[in-house]
Design a protein. Structure first.
Length: 94
């Protein structure tokens, strides 16, 4: 199943790179933005104060901490290095 999906993705990417019009690319970009928004909102709904989460910081180090506050798009995470405001789509349970 995964091999079939990979082949399908390769076909779509090949089409976009070789034959897609500007209108096609704009439609794809809008769909990607909507999907990213949906995923972020799903992650926000699933996150509650007290959850243990981890994320990769700007320097590439993975930090683990506890959720202190959940906002519309970001989450405040208390780590041993201090509090961080992290976009919800960067969080993983753990």
């Amino acid at each position: 199943m995964e091999l079939k999906m990979a082949t399908d993705y390769q076909t779509v990417i090949s089409f976009i790179l070789t034959q897609a019009t500007n209108e096609d690319i704009n439609g794809l970009a809008e769909a990607a933005r909507q999907r990213r928004t949906w995923l972020t909102r799903q992650n926000i709904r699933a996150t509650i104060v007290g959850d243990k989460v981890s994320f990769t910081g700007r320097n590439g180090v993975t930090l683990t901490g506890t959720v202190q506050k959940v906002m519309q798009k970001n989450v405040i995470v208390n780590t041993p290095r201090g509090n961080y405001r992290v976009p919800a789509n960067m969080l993983t349970a753990g």
